[in-house]
Design a protein around this ligand. Structure first.
Ligand code: AMP
Length: 457
């Protein structure tokens, strides 16, 4: 590196890596609100929170999500595990231990989704021995190397839930969806549309039969399809139905529908899920093109879209995956779950004007003089203990400047403490929106503020 380049490098300002971003206050308030609502709503449905590792064995995702999928084949952040076997052997020799070493995985990946990890944890902790079903939810960042755009990031956040074990009764599917819609409602998402479908199960006379027919129909129109869809005719024909290409829409509309191929068991299951959604007052629309390309997905699939998001308008995707735990080496286990895209949820809330967050402090303490500072510190302590957000400037300011600062910070009140206030033990409170000023003996002030808080909440 030349000196000039080295100097330039030294002075370079760092920026968040493409596809990642900082979430800043006051917006983070909104994120916290959404997450708090999820904690509250999910726990009323009997779910417990699971906290998962950010990275896992690459093979876990390859097996669970599918090696052929874009997520695994192109989008994962994968690393050679730096503490491979050789490093461990050296470490253990140095420590002089004779402990048996577990074979370390060579490749690790940042998680692109969390269902695989939840299933891995279910197996690893023998959760099949707990009362079934086991209901778990999670929240946190996921990583996919996608092309960044509005609503699509390389580090994005999901809030998800899974029910594992027990039965596949349609009531489970309907309740999972009911919980989801309750959450969206409580968090203030407007205009959400729920789409549902059944993709049958992977038996000869059900989905497999359908896929064979679909493939045959696609072969007939192959030359009218784009290159991605052409490739998918062989690798994963169901995925053609996902296509958003304008030129393919009219062709896709003519393809056979899975509903006409469902076996009796799947038909009954789907009809009952719909009936139960109606009983629960959950509105839905059917969308026959809503599919999941992996074998272990079966029966119910669902997606929720929200306004204000442009082309990336899905805020949640979910479905039943009865074969997944077994595929990962566990016992046959029923499973269903969903993942909400938190970034998109927040965007939609902001677009609809539901994303306002309370920004300002409750109280700004304007003090002048050493004695007043001591009283101000005491007042701040008491007010914070009572739950108020308080700004206590560390340096003395003229009252005029302090009040200007209080305004800038969006404070509701300024508590004015000067020599007079301290010597008379009567404090002045200014309501910044109206300019009104009132004097209170110290104990009455807290009570007054408490009452005001009650009225406004
Ligand atoms: P999936 O895990 O692909 O089924 O996605 C579930 C939900 O996560 C989607 O409906 C989106 O809301 C969200 N999501 C998926 N990928 C991204 C991404 N790259 N950026 C932001 N949100 C995403």
């Amino acid at each position: 590196m030349s000196d000039a380049t080295a100097k330039k490098e030294e002075r370079r300002k760092f920026q968040a890596i493409r596809g990642t971003r900082d979430l800043l206050p006051p917006e983070t308030e909104l994120w916290n609100r959404a997450e708090q609502t999820a904690h509250e709503v999910f726990s009323t449905f009997g779910y417990g929170e699971i906290r998962l590792p950010i990275f896992e064995d690459t093979a876990l995702f390859a097996r669970a999500v599918g090696g052929e999928t874009d997520i695994v084949s192109k989008e994962m952040y994968t690393f050679q595990n730096p503490t491979g076997l050789a490093a461990m052997v050296r470490e253990n020799e140095m420590l002089g231990t004779l402990t048996e070493m577990s074979p370390e995985s060579e490749l690790i990946s940042l998680r692109p989704e969390a269902t695989a990890s939840v299933c891995r944890a279910y197996i690893e902790h023998n959760m099949q021995q707990l009362p079934q079903p086991v209901k778990l939810y999670y929240m946190g960042p996921m990583f996919r190397r996608e092309r960044p755009q509005k609503g699509r990031y390389r580090q994005f956040y999901q809030i998800g839930a899974e029910i594992l074990g027990g039965t596949d009764a349609p009531g489970i599917d309907a309740e999972v969806i009911e919980m989801l819609m309750t959450f969206f409602d409580k968090v203030g998402l407007q205009g959400a549309t729920l789409y549902i479908n059944s993709i049958g199960h992977n038996a000869d006379n059900c989905r497999r039969g359908y896929v064979a027919q679909l493939k045959a129909a696609l072969e007939k129109v192959k030359d009218k399809l784009g290159s991605d869809s052409q490739r998918r005719i062989d690798t994963n024909p169901l995925r053609v139905l996902d296509s958003k290409l304008e030129s393919e829409q009219a062709i896709i509309a003519t393809l056979p529908h899975i509903a006409d191929h469902l076996c009796d068991g799947c038909k009954t299951h789907y009809a009952e899920v719909k009936r139960q959604l109606e009983v629960r007052g959950v509105l839905y629309q059917e969308n026959w093109r809503l599919v999941r390309g992996l074998d272990y997905y079966m029966r119910s699939t669902f997606e929720i879209t929200a306004p204000g998001l442009g082309s990336q308008n899905a805020v949640c995707g979910g479905g039943r995956y009865d074969g997944l735990v077994e595929l990962l080496g566990g016992p046959p286990t029923k499973g269903i779950g969903f993942a909400i895209g938190e970034d998109r949820l927040i965007l939609s809330l902001q677009e609809s004007g539901k994303g306002q967050v309370q920004q300002g402090r409750d109280i700004y303490i304007a003090w002048m003089g050493e004695k007043a500072y001591a009283a101000a510190i005491r007042a701040a302590k008491d007010l914070r203990k009572a739950g108020f957000s308080v700004e206590l400037p560390p340096l003395e300011q003229k009252f005029g400047k302090a009040l200007g600062q209080a305004d800038k910070l969006g404070a509701k009140y300024a508590l004015i403490l000067g020599d007079n206030e301290v010597s008379e033990a009567v404090w002045t409170l200014k309501t910044l929106s109206t300019g009104e000023q009132a004097k209170f003996p110290e104990p009455d002030l807290l009570e007054f503020l408490r009452q005001q808080k009650k009225v406004s909440s």
